[in-house]
Design a protein around this ligand. Structure first.
Ligand code: HH2
Length: 294
């Protein structure tokens, strides 16, 4: 397949008091799951002290933002109520924001987002893209927060069957475009909205073939004109392609994230920050950060 070098799409992203320049280097969103049941690191950072120390390490390793979540989206995971989710995430958000780090709260609940934003979080990462809790975009707008709108057709715990797409890439692009309109109508400035096609099975509602189609045509998602977030880290499709168990999926995760960066995604949500930063430094050194299109 011949590739044509392109200029990386000029973008900035506003998250509260910061405006990120996305044209020079990828932003890394380091994952901290303060949960007992996340698919790859469940239980590792349930203790707030461990989660805070992990956040400090991720920033040292090169994370630009820290994505803190208190509820797993793994199929079959147990739904968590607002009080418990706040109890898990708030001390971690507070401590890491107080250190001057840019904190994102990974939640589908407005009340959890509000508590985190009051404690200094700057971004709301909403895997329902505003479809779950209709107050969530409004709360984010009130604080001037950045917003990550992910595409997810079902519910966060994976109990609805995936939709039957005729043309998954076109339909997911259309859905993300509609999500942006809904978020803007709720008061979010266009400059604060990033989009994410939602790479995953289960609650993210995609098959392996659909994930591969989305990854191959990421340029279509980039063409929507908002910063694109990609989260492939340790995901099951990497195991399906390579046979690697969840604890051995770093090489596959790096391959997927480098590809995404090359195709114009600017924000990478990863567990393994140091390795991703190193891979990006070498890749960008060689390619000059060029984007390629089909
Ligand atoms: N993936 C997960 C959770 N949140 N948010 C965005 N924007 N994009 C993603 O791809 C994404 C996300 C799932 O990964 P993880 O947090 O490691 O697992 P769990 O949901 O089991 O806690």
């Amino acid at each position: 397949m011949p590739v044509k070098p392109l200029t990386r799409p000029a973008h900035t992203w506003k998250t509260r008091d910061r405006e990120w320049n996305l044209t020079e280097r990828a932003l890394i969103l380091g994952v901290i799951n303060v949960t007992p049941d996340s698919f790859s690191d469940g239980g590792d950072f349930l203790d707030p002290g461990k989660a805070i120390a992990h956040g400090e390490k991720l920033v040292q390793d090169g994370a630009d933002l820290l994505d803190i979540g208190g509820e797993s989206t793994r199929p079959g995971s147990i739904p968590v109520d607002v009080e418990e989710e706040i109890r898990r995430t708030l001390p971690v958000v507070k401590a890491l924001a107080a250190r001057g780090f840019t904190v994102s709260i990974d939640t589908v609940k407005a009340a959890v987002a509000k508590a985190a934003l009051k404690a200094g979080a700057c971004v709301v990462n909403d895997i329902t893209g505003g479809r779950g809790d209709s107050d969530l975009p409004r709360v984010a707008a009130e604080f001037g927060a950045g917003y990550i709108a992910m595409h997810m057709p079902g519910d966060p715990h994976g109990s609805t069957p995936p939709p039957e797409y005729q043309d998954p890439v076109a339909e997911i692009c259309a859905d993300l475009t509609e999500r942006i309109e809904v978020l803007e109508a709720a008061g979010l400035p266009s400059a604060s909205i990033a989009i994410d096609p939602g790479i995953g099975y289960g609650s993210f509602g995609k098959t392996l073939e659909q994930i591969l189609a989305l990854m191959a045509r990421l340029d279509k998602i980039v063409a929507i004109g908002h910063p694109v977030v990609i989260g492939c880290s340790r995901k099951t499709f990497i195991g399906d392609l390579s046979g690697a168990p969840v604890e051995d999926r770093l090489p596959g995760s790096l391959a997927a994230h480098l590809w995404a960066w090359q195709r114009g995604a600017q924000i990478l949500r990863v567990h393994d920050v140091a390795a991703t930063r190193q891979a990006l430094a070498v890749w960008s050194g060689i390619t000059g950060g060029a984007v390629t299109e089909q």
